[in-house]
Design a binder for this molecule. Structure first.
Ligand code: URA
Length: 231
């Protein structure tokens, strides 16, 4: 791969900026200063440094974002997007799945299309857990209807969902699919309403509660492995 492409993909600047770094003699490959940014490197084996600090090459990047309300789950738009919160400059990042503008919590940001596809494909039944604040208490009868697979507006049948009542107006809802506005539509079908909605888990990836809303961090190797595990 070309050196400028590799460094640009990893968020070290545009190709023009990388060219400047080379001209300034700040980049070395295997200990030798490289002044030409179009030099070919072996990304798997070569040791590349910037100002003597190794550049760790990773094919894909994975971040956990604690999404705040007020941002749309898209890469562009005329409203603030979740990508505005990830100033990494890494090529090809996108949100894996959608949370509504007013929904908070766990959102995976990655450039690994295969993993995103596997996590979102309905046939894979990947669990998503939400903490739901409701207008009215969720009853035992509601829990049963959700467990059986509730029919929401338009006659759409949802997959069975587990609902754990936490207190009078809070429940935990575990879904194995991701229909548009699904949680809100489920609660409406129960003659109730979602007041607050926060995603706390996707598959085995649990939201890091030390992340303030709007903050993000890279996934650990263990977390990435959990997401990639086939069930
Ligand atoms: N269900 C919803 O209604 N909204 C979300 O953002 C996620 C699940």
């Amino acid at each position: 791969m070309r050196l400028d492409r590799l460094l640009a993909n990893m968020g070290y600047g545009t190709r023009t900026e990388v060219k400047k770094l080379c001209r300034e003699r700040r980049i070395a490959v295997n200990g030798t200063i490289v002044t030409k940014s179009d030099a070919k490197v072996d990304e798997e084996h070569d040791t590349i440094t910037l100002d003597g600090v190794p550049v760790l090459y990773e094919k894909y990047s994975y971040f956990m974002l604690n999404k705040p309300a007020g941002y749309i789950s898209a890469t562009e738009g005329n409203q603030p997007t979740v990508m505005d919160l990830i100033p990494e400059g890494i090529k090809g990042l996108f949100p894996c799945g959608r949370l509504d503008k007013d929904t908070t919590g766990l959102l995976l940001i990655t450039n690994d299309g295969d993993l995103a596809h596997a996590l979102l494909a309905p046939k894979n039944n990947v669990e998503k857990e939400y903490l739901v604040g409701t207008e009215k208490p969720v009853t035992e009868a509601d829990v049963k209807r959700l467990a059986e697979g509730i029919t929401i507006d338009g006659g759409v049948r949802c997959k069975p969902a587990e609902c754990i009542v936490e207190n009078e107006k809070t429940c935990r809802l575990i879904l194995r699919e991701g229909k548009f506005h699904e949680v809100k539509r489920m609660l409406e079908a129960l003659d109730n309403r979602v007041v607050t909605l926060k995603r706390v888990r996707m598959k085995q990836l649990v939201l890091d509660e030390t992340l303030a809303e709007g903050d993000y961090r890279p996934l650990t190797e263990e977390e990435t492995a959990l997401l990639k595990e086939s069930e």
